[in-house]
Design a protein around this ligand. Structure first.
Ligand SMILES: Nc1ncnc2c1ncn2[C@@H]1O[C@H](COP(=O)(O)OP(=O)(O)OP(=O)(O)O)[C@@H](O)[C@H]1O
Length: 350
């Protein structure tokens, strides 16, 4: 049974269409990267998954339960790090964690969570005085309470220093190792690349690709760069000519003095290049490869039609998301439970 199943999910805000029929299945144990340009619909999808907002059409099952049927039960098994988390005014860091523990009805030790996210020494200070990165660490700690089956992390590295980013990545890996599913929404492609085994790319409210990074690289005909150092007596030019004739090879640069070839080719052609070098009498002393970065893949998927808002996608100027997501066609019930999660996004404009 998948951890997350979206089936034909649409979302309309008046005449603004945010999601146009999303079908998505995230398997248990996946660390799934959710990517898309600004306004693509990532936060809207997450809000619907958490039942902070209702889909206009389609259905959402999380951990095997329809979120609309039993949102409280579902949220008890999820840890959420929302975008734009702001601590409560009057509570210390420890009290935030304690609140999450009590809300979920579990018996975690606050100290362990605080230490895990690197907030030791600051736990008894009012969290409203925390820096942005400290608040983010606190939100991550609250999300980890109760060993959730699913972690939903919306831009988790916001405000984190390099130590914090590394800690966050380690925690994501540790959580995946114990069997949790992680849904990781981020613009910071390097981080998605570092931790996710599958990614989905959203554009204009449509899911345009879902795959492993390896396959995505293959489907866009992504270029790899193969640097091969030749050993033995074979002529660099002769080997280069043989490689040039291969399908999937776009360019070959020869460096006679270093006895090196730099080959631009599709990811799928790399092995054929190495085979051809050997077949043409070359002996491979050493080689290294460089892959297309996720950033290049992202641009190649999302840039063809530009990342500007599509028709019917513009958000009314100056309208606060938190307010807007609770009016009109919205019937959010996020206030009906003793929410164990930090508040959803409250940013005014993006
Ligand atoms: N409450 C709302 N009222 C009207 N339109 C909205 C509302 N919330 C989102 N939208 C619109 O829905 C679309 C998707 O927005 P969403 O916030 O989900 O995008 P996103 O991918 O999370 O963007 P970002 O990366 O900038 O956070 C946008 O066109 C946005 O303007």
């Amino acid at each position: 049974m998948p951890a997350i199943e979206l089936d034909g999910v649409e979302k309309h805000f008046g005449d603004v269409t945010a999601l146009r029929g999303i079908d998505l299945s995230v398997e248990r144990g996946d660390v799934f990267g959710f990517l898309g340009p600004n306004g693509a619909g990532k936060s809207t999808t997450i809000d619907i998954m958490l039942n902070y907002s209702h889909a206009s059409a389609g259905s959402v099952r999380v951990l095997g339960t329809d979120v609309a049927d039993d949102p409280v039960a579902v949220r008890r098994r999820i840890g959420v790090l929302p975008e734009g988390f702001e601590p409560f005014e009057t509570m210390t860091g420890r009290q935030h964690v304690q609140f999450a523990i009590e809300s979920k009805g579990v018996d975690d030790y606050p100290e362990e969570i605080i230490e895990r996210v690197g907030l030791e020494g600051a736990e008894d200070r009012p969290a409203s005085g925390y820096s942005k990165g400290m608040a983010q660490r606190l939100a991550l700690g609250m999300a980890l309470v109760g060993e959730p089956d699913l972690l939903v992390l919306d831009e988790p590295s916001t405000g984190l220093d390099p130590h914090g980013v590394r800690r966050m990545r380690e925690i994501v890996r540790e959580e995946a190792d114990r069997g949790a599913t992680v849904f990781f929404s981020s613009h910071i492609l390097e981080q998605v690349e570092a931790v996710c085994n599958r990614v989905g790319i959203l554009r204009y409210g449509e899911l345009i690709a879902v795959d492993s990074l390896e396959h995505l690289r293959g489907t866009v005909g992504a270029e790899s760069e193969l640097t091969v150092e030749l050993a033995g007596p074979a002529s660099v030019t002769a080997v280069a000519d043989a490689v040039r004739s291969l399908e999937g090879v776009s360019q070959v640069a020869e460096h006679d003095r270093e006895r090196t070839l730099v080959v631009g080719c599709t990811t799928g052609a790399k092995l054929a290049v190495l085979d051809e070098i050997r077949a043409s009498g070359g002996e491979i002393g050493d080689f290294s490869t460089g892959e297309t970065s996720l950033e290049e893949l992202f641009v190649s998927y999302t840039d063809s039609a530009g990342a500007k808002p599509g028709p019917g996608q513009r958000r009314p100027e100056g309208r606060a998301r938190a307010d807007a997501s609770r009016d009109a066609d919205e019937t959010s019930d996020s206030g009906t439970e003793s929410t164990p999660d930090p508040q959803p996004s409250t940013e005014v404009s993006r």
